[in-house]
Design a protein around this ligand. Structure first.
Ligand SMILES: Nc1nc2c(ncn2[C@@H]2O[C@H](COP(=O)(O)OP(=O)(O)OP(=O)(O)O)[C@@H](O)[C@H]2O)c(=O)[nH]1
Ligand SMILES: [Mg+2]
Length: 221
């Protein structure tokens, strides 16, 4: 198996990120590449969700994965075991991805054309929400152990997301997490946002998410 491509990326503070993101999104639309920016706090289950998503969709879609972390290649190594093409971006201290970094990641995936690209953003509920990556859709994971109050504390992330996955639902019985309170808080920030309860460990609810992807890939333009 080939070595995983490790790409060092840096923030260019002089560039206009919104403009770069617009251009990148236009290119993705032209190329019919449905790119999803996946955001959450550290450990909420991004890589675990990607492994389940790849298993469910890899026969239907040509999938590429862009992993991003401040350091290490552990996530890209896990993805590579699925046989799907992955690159690892190392942000060397930066807590988020911007559009230029994602463009570099897409170039790193190579010249093949991908139907579906997942971008695992750096684990953080603050900075990733502030930077448009140029992806077609933003997906966010909140895991049960983090608590149902997170929309109150990190409203921008819940506002920017197009879909919310409530992960680690298998841990609900150990927790005082209140799904009704979460729903009310999320809907007041982002009315109508689809929200799916999932477990990336047991597989519960994963089909709701993969069906959402199937629907959205058909309608994006
Ligand atoms: N019980 C349970 N554990 C889970 C679930 N999803 C992920 N985990 C565990 O949570 C831990 C973190 O999961 P990851 O998938 O690495 O989380 P991540 O968001 O990619 O983490 P970072 O990349 O470090 O930000 C691992 O030990 C997973 O096995 C779930 O649905 N239920
Ligand atoms: Mg991860």
């Amino acid at each position: 198996m080939d070595e995983i491509k490790l790409i060092e990326v840096k923030e260019d503070i002089l560039s206009d990120n919104d403009e770069a993101a617009r251009k990148l999104r236009d290119k993705l639309r032209r190329d019919r590449c449905f790119a999803v920016n996946l955001m959450s706090s550290p450990g909420a289950g991004k890589t675990s969700l990607l492994l389940k998503t790849i298993a469910a969709l890899k026969e239907e879609f040509k999938i590429g994965i862009i992993e991003a972390d401040i350091d290490s290649m552990v996530d890209a190594e896990k993805i590579r075991e699925t046989g799907v093409t992955a690159v690892q971006l190392r942000t060397a201290g930066f807590c988020h991805l911007d559009a230029a970094m994602v463009k570099t990641g897409l170039e790193g995936l190579g010249s093949e054309s991908f139907d579906l690209v997942f971008i695992e953003n750096v684990g953080n509920l603050v900075c990733p929400a502030e930077f448009d990556t140029g992806a077609i859709k933003n997906a966010m994971i909140l895991s049960v152990p983090e608590g149902d109050d997170k929309p109150l504390k990190y409203p921008l992330m819940f506002t920017r997301a197009d879909v919310l996955l409530v992960n680690k639902i298998d841990m609900m019985e150990l927790s005082d997490f209140d799904p009704a309170a979460l729903k009310q808080r999320v809907q007041s920030l982002n009315p109508g946002m689809p929200t799916f309860e999932i477990s990336a460990k047991t597989g519960r609810g994963i089909a709701l998410w993969t069906d959402w992807i199937r629907r959205e890939t058909k309608v994006f333009a």
